[in-house]
Ligand binder design. Sequence first.
Ligand code: HEC
Ligand code: HEC
Length: 511
Amino acid sequence: MRKTLFTLLGLLLLLGAAAPAVMAFTQTSLTYQKCTSCHAVVKGKISRVEEIRTTPDEWGVIIDRMARLHGMDLNPQERDLLLKEICATQILSPEELAKVWYMDLYNNPQVVERPQGEVEEKRFATCVRCHSAGKINSYRMTESSWAKVRDFHYYVDPAIDGQMREMKWEQEATTVLAQLAKSHPYGKAWQTPNVTPAGSWLIFGNEPGKGNYRGSATLKADFSGNFSVKGSLNFDDGTSEQFQGEALLFGGHALRTRTAHNNFKTLGSFAFSNGTIQGQHHYPAPAFRTSTSTWYPAVGSARLLRVTPAYLLANETTSLTLEGVNLPAVQASDLVFKGAKVKVLKAERVGEAIVAEVVYQGSGKAQADLQVNKLNSVPITLADRIDHIKITPELGRARVHGGVHFPAEGVQFEAIAYAAGDVALGAVAAGFTLSEEVTRENDDDLAWTGAIGANGFYYPMGDYGQILTRESKLEATGLVKVHAAYQRGGYDYAAEAMLAVVPPDYVQRIK
Ligand code: HEC
Ligand code: HEC
């Protein structure tokens, strides 16, 4: 057995040696060493591996399967290195990756996927049952690779015909996969640009339920080609966080972080392109906070990067905070709003920021550009007043606690203000409450789901255990209504959403 394996390996190596000079994976690469014992090298390319481009996260799923089901050796250090090597050529482009950004997040994802048009409706019916559409959209493959996905499914799930019994799945899948070969073609291998995120960064972020923050971080390349990260964040509510950990860069644009913030572990997924880093980091269950930020180079010429709030309402005196790099000392006349009638009452530097008092004296919806001295301008939205508010997510999903391996999962709701015509203005500090959504006689869900924090954070209190005193045998789960209330300029605003508190996800999740 051993001997045949070596002969086979030798044959594969020979094939590889006879190949054209340009190879994505040299014979000394870890990928070549790990994969070619089973995957033949054909014309200098490792079969299957070089016929697929996908995200670092889906490559993780694939190589974990090679270890789990096919017995490939894999330790954590090798895993990181393999993923980096493979992604150097087999990753999606930044534009392709941006469309499936929600797939590489580690939070309790609240994204609802909806099919657009007939082709997608058909694809959703045939494919989006056991996993997300995002999983499929994460792949670009050659025509023959897409075609193999059908039989791959018969292998990973031999019961598929029975599970999909309302259709002839084999036929439907063949049709869908032929379409995918056209809409999601392999194209060509990715070429990793020669860029590095090493350096000092200025961070501007927002954490729903907690508010805006500003911070800084330093990324340093280490001996293994990974990066160490260290930084701090200062929140508008006066709290602060120190963080440190490591970052890995895939294909020169997909940055993944593993950091501890004040000793709480987080996982981050960021896009590094055009010289900025943009993305999210998450506190895993049970905290389940999501934090979105943009990182700008901390050095360089003076420039304006963020204005908060990013909207003004007519005849309301607003205190604006302008942040950026090396902002100058200013007076009121240095701030100019191009394209709208905005009066600047006062402006001064406070710390590193500029704080200004301004009034929008015009009327109607408009977009203006705010410029400070001769610096770059930032857009600002103008409106007569807030027209309505909406809650995101529309349907929040929380999970009750199900034992040490299945911690509870909370949901952060947020109220977003809109101007007439559904123009989003920004998050507002609404107050949140819950009420019963009556779906049956003696509906008692609210009594068991507990309360929501005034800032919109819901955390399930119940355990997924028997509740002998609850007649409906629903443990601590249920469906309730979420209300947000907000007042501004003499107007009352209200919005509703739903909250589903569901059992723990005991089945290992396929994204
Ligand atoms: C021990 C044998 C073995 C090794 C080693 C191995 N593979 Fe595989 N690989 C398989 C088999 C069997 C399949 C087909 C079944 C499957 O997809 O799980 C496969 C399928 C694949 C596919 C196709 C998946 C799809 O969606 O169609 C990819 C990509 C892949 N392997 C990548 C790799 C990479 C990368 C490595 C090296 C890090 C590797 N494999 C190492 C046995 C192996
Ligand atoms: C009955 C459940 C089921 C249905 C229906 C289904 N899939 Fe899957 N699919 C799976 C499972 C399970 C995996 C993951 C296997 C693993 O990684 O261990 C998977 C993985 C995949 C992958 C990743 C391949 C890889 O190498 O990991 C793609 C792409 C995919 N499916 C596409 C499709 C498409 C396209 C359809 C419709 C034609 C479809 N799936 C329908 C269960 C399903």
